[in-house]
Write a protein that binds this ligand. Structure first.
Ligand SMILES: [Zn+2]
Length: 74
């Protein structure tokens, strides 16, 4: 079971799954902290993980949502 790189909560099923070149990509959205991350598999071996919480996915919607949420606290 994959873990969220941000809060280490366990994920069940990927939100989306697709092929990216020679990789199989599994996208997860953390139900606990809302972080989005992607696992890249090659021949059923996990090669690397990109996560939105540390900017690994670049600017995506999650970042904006986080910023908006942050704004309401101010
Ligand atoms: Zn999380």
């Amino acid at each position: 079971m994959p873990k969220c790189p941000n809060c280490t909560a366990h994920m069940k099923e990927p939100d989306k799954e697709w092929d990216f070149g020679r990789f199989r990509v599994k996208m997860y959205k953390c139900t606990k902290c809302g972080n989005q991350f992607r696992e890249y598999f090659m021949e059923n071996t996990l090669k690397f993980v990109l996560s939105a919480h540390n900017g690994g996915l670049g600017k995506i919607r999650v970042t904006k949502e986080t910023m908006d949420r942050h704004k309401t606290y101010q």
